[in-house]
Design a protein around this ligand. Structure first.
Ligand SMILES: NC(=O)c1ccc[n+]([C@@H]2O[C@H](COP(=O)([O-])OP(=O)(O)OC[C@H]3O[C@@H](n4cnc5c(N)ncnc54)[C@H](OP(=O)(O)O)[C@@H]3O)[C@@H](O)[C@H]2O)c1
Length: 399
């Protein structure tokens, strides 16, 4: 009989969080749930906490405390609220913690989870992009194993010979190209949030869906891979693969190429990390190689997807540029989702903010995560200002 694994899920009400909950429910008796967290979706959080018999349920929104408390009255499940309570939930001892909060809001919870010295499954890519050296150093210091959840990074993790990295020539991350792969500039100008949220292959949260449409997701993943696998930018490539069946390839010095494949279903990489170093059964779709599977790969059109070359520029610039790139994108995506910025304005807004921060950024002494958070705040202010300025110029109205 396998030992019971204690687990927590940060961001359990999101897309990755919900898939993680499903996997845990699919294997009764194998997992004991410590903490579940959300931002404000207390009805789903309470439902999950009851089903999973969690010890603690936390909402990041202090105003939602009373509601969550009422929903869980009489269950014996502890309740807490506020950003600090999310960090404390992440610090609760567990054998395995899923980091699935979206954006930089996940940085401090991720660091608290890592400090325990067990296993952290990391879906939340933004803290790695903006604070990679600190996140990786914290994991080394605590002896924590970081298990990549992003399907491409999980694929690399599965076929990457980490004991002999000198044998690796390069890694290739695949990209579906998102819903607008075939759109020209004129068509892109009229894209709505609803269209951007409809990804052809994957069902995901709002931010990552928009990031996939701009290919900013792949750009962030290049920086994420740089930190996770300790590879220079020149050894990280991207290829368009619209079918999303091959998630990544590792090319070895002798010409051997090891790839990882699977149906586009996040349950597969999540299950790989949940059962690691073993495997667990999932009931998701399986690839059928008898069905005339013609795999298509081709290079990214960097004139169409300007976010991808920008990721390499940011890596060449250093830490400040990754922080600016990520923070400006979070603000621009939010503005697009609120109809404050056109779809075609997202990547230019990120470029403008990174360029504006260049002088300040290159002088910035980013010595710890507090410095990262402060610089991230400056970029957010600047990007929000730029977006409102442009809106006033084009419509004459202030938001
Ligand atoms: N979705 C995917 O297939 C996928 C694949 C690979 C990587 N990822 C990465 O995984 C992360 C999560 O993505 P997702 O698509 O699952 O996002 P999502 O569906 O938007 O879910 C985000 C989760 O984070 C919580 N949250 C949001 N803001 C928060 C805050 N300020 N403080 C605390 N909790 C907060 C949300 O709570 P509420 O529900 O209450 O808002 C929700 O539980 C992202 O970094 C993404 O890039 C996702």
């Amino acid at each position: 009989m396998a030992q019971v694994k204690t687990v927590s899920i940060l961001g359990s009400t999101g897309s990755v969080g919900r898939s993680t909950v499903d996997l845990i429910l699919s294997d009764p008796g194998r997992f004991a749930v410590q903490a579940l967290t959300c931002r404000s979706n207390t009805s789903l959080l309470a439902e999950q906490a009851i089903k999973l018999k969690a010890r603690l349920a936390v909402t990041a929104d202090p105003a939602a405390y009373g509601e969550l408390k009422n929903r869980l009255a009489g269950t014996g499940i502890e309740v807490a609220a506020g950003p600090q309570a999310v960090i404390e939930a992440a610090a609760l001892p567990a054998d395995w913690i899923m980091a699935a909060i979206v954006g930089m809001a996940g940085l401090e919870p991720v660091l608290a989870a890592i400090a325990q010295g067990t296993c952290v499954a990391i879906a939340n890519k933004e803290p790695l992009v903006a604070a990679g050296p600190f996140v990786m150093a914290a994991a080394r210091k605590a002896g924590t194993t970081l298990l990549p959840v992003d399907s491409e990074h999980n694929a690399v993790f599965q076929v990457f010979d980490s004991k002999r990295p000198e044998g690796i020539e390069k890694i290739i991350l695949t990209a579906s190209g998102g819903p607008f792969l075939k759109y020209d500039e004129a068509a892109l100008a009229h894209v709505t949030p609803a269209q951007a949220l409809a990804h052809p292959n994957w069902v995901m949260g709002a931010k990552i869906s928009v990031d996939s449409a701009t290919m900013m997701n792949k750009a962030l993943e290049i920086i994420e891979a740089h930190y996770l696998f300790g590879l220079p930018a020149g050894k990280i490539e991207v290829l368009i693969h619209p079918q999303s069946l091959v998630h990544a390839l590792v090319v070895y010095r002798d010409g051997s190429v090891l790839a990882q494949m699977g149906a586009p279903d996040m349950r597969t990489p999540i299950a790989q990390t949940l059962a690691w170093p073993g495997r667990m059964e999932t009931t998701g779709p399986r690839l059928d190689f008898t069905k005339n599977m013609n795999l298509i790969f081709y290079p990214v059109d960097i004139k169409q997807f300007k976010s991808v070359p920008m990721a390499y520029e940011c890596l060449a610039e250093g830490l400040w540029a990754g922080i600016a790139f990520n923070a400006a994108n979070e603000i621009a995506v939010q503005a697009f989702l609120q109809n404050e910025l056109p779809f075609t304005g997202i990547v230019p807004a990120v470029r403008e903010a990174v360029e504006q921060m260049a002088k300040a950024g290159s002088r910035e002494k980013l010595q710890n995560t507090r410095d990262v958070i402060n610089f991230d705040g400056l970029v957010r202010e600047r990007t929000s200002y730029n977006i409102s300025r442009d809106k006033i110029r084009t419509t004459g109205t202030h938001s």
